[in-house]
Design a protein around this ligand. Sequence first.
Ligand code: ATP
Ligand code: MG
Length: 182
Amino acid sequence: MYLKKMEIVGFKSFADRTKVEFDQGVTAIVGPNGSGKSNIVEALRWVLGEQSAKSLRGGKMPDVIFSGTEKRHAMNYAQVTAYFDNADHYLASSKDNEDVIISRQLYRNGDAEFRLNGKKCRLRDIHDLFLDTGLGRDSLSIISQGRIEAVFNSKAEDRRAIFEEAAGVLKFKSRRNETESK
Ligand code: ATP
Ligand code: MG
């Protein structure tokens, strides 16, 4: 399974419909400061179900919608669509089709929807789909700029917890603690 394409419209600095295609292997996105590199990564976290506006560098969720520039009006909605190649059926969705397409849309008035392969779905369905795949909303596979510094500057015990979480040990540790406290 791999992310092969994203389509972004009205999300942060992307007023025009923008397609970003990824090949298998490593992709590097380069560009001047403020050109929207982090916004692309945030668009991915958002479509995967991120619920914290703060972690997307906003105060409230509609802050992700293109807010206009001197030359261009603000937009009324943001929409991000992510296309995953699922030919290996790593994601337990779509028995027949080889792609998994998820999308999220948010209007300024608060109307919002998620879609899975074109059909309206719940946020829960998106969570379930990516649970334990290493790619979900809270996973460590997406590490933002500030987070790297936080890892370097954290205390040794906290840093250890981050590695344990990444290695999948934390959930067993917390279960053991639960059992021992019974
Ligand atoms: P750096 O190299 O400094 O990390 P970057 O390429 O990661 O830069 P981003 O942080 O992705 O840049 O983009 C920041 C730009 O996005 C800023 O110019 C900011 O004004 C713009 N931006 C953020 N939110 C919105 C929004 N809702 N509407 C319009 N523009 C926005
Ligand atoms: Mg950045």
